[in-house]
Design a protein around this ligand. Sequence first.
Ligand SMILES: *Cc1c(COP(=O)(O)O)cnc(C)c1O
Length: 405
Amino acid sequence: MTEQQAVNRQTFDQVMLPIFSPAEFIPVKGEGSRVWDQQGKEYIDFAGGIAVLALGHCHPSLVAAVREQSEKLWHVSNIFTNEQALRLAQKLINATFADRVFFVNSGSEANEAAFKLARRYAITKYNPYKTKIIAFKQAFHGRTLFTVSVGGQAKYADGFGPKPADIIHVPFNDLAAVKAVIDENTCAVVLEPVQGEGGITTATSEFMQGVRQLCDENNALLIFDEVQSGMGRTGKLFSYMHYDVVPDILTTAKALGGGFPISAMITTKEIAETMEVGAHGTTYGGNPLACAVGNAAFDIINTDEVLSGVEKRHKLFVSYLNKINEKYNVFSEIRGKGLLIGAELNGELVNRSKDILQACAVEGLMMLNAGMNVLRFTPSLIISEEEIKSGMAKLEAAIKKLLSE
Ligand SMILES: *Cc1c(COP(=O)(O)O)cnc(C)c1O
């Protein structure tokens, strides 16, 4: 065996594209909602790999699924199909509005496929000018040039040359603004039922229902980006199930593989049929290894036990956050659905989410933000009461320290 050189946080700056600024510690092992770094220091994980680790780190069933499938078949490409992909597709169809599935590897790719499909459908079914996409300010749909252009934060999309055209952004939860721009040339409206990266903003029922109606009146497709809000995150398998509204296309990723890269775009038979053989594709998408983990994750997440436990944990998180707030008055609002929770910063801590994340790491807590002014909680859906309590004590300690500086 060749000798391996030691690596640390400084190595990152010497070898990686400088688009991330990771924490100072390097995690090396995880179990449930606990993580250990190179020095053996223990952390409670409230970040969950950004809403990916729905079942925590190294869940025994997922470990078993990887192990079993890794000894059978890893990859065949889409020149061949495979049993794991077909089974996972059947599960998604049985549990949702959809009857056709397309697997890829990331949220961006699932959304890229969704936007291409929406345009293809409108162009083939109606006319070549029906290409307008209506999206929302603060929305996040991924980092490919198309998805970042549909996203609603110009700072992520600017500076890369010409963008895909015919995309309009209006304020989220503002039905009148949608009504003002939607017309017969609109092919789709795309939204996150709970905006994640944009600051944890939940769509109102009136907005969801109103947008559905406007789409129907204008023959436009409704696309739900549930990359972050899906797979049990809000206490239903998909968050659209909280509303009496059904989309035409839905994308899911993050938690779909419980930490293994896999994503899916799901839609109806009628819409799917406007894509013919060769119209779109992927090399890795739907590979047996990823789908085996997806199947194992799906079978656990889509149970009453896990889904109903999300609301219980939501209440616990919110009650701890309220208690911290009563003492320190550091949050102006605590919001979100299920285990997609945001706490907007107040007073001395306004816009200091990065400082809080750092202070939390020192205390042994992995935290996330959603923009400069919102703390974000996206833990494992099965995090224990004990771990929530311990993590909240660490968060309080971090806040107390920052306030006394
Ligand atoms: C994370 C995210 C994406 C992008 O997913 P990647 O896997 O990073 O490409 C898209 N949409 C939403 C809502 C997300 O939260």
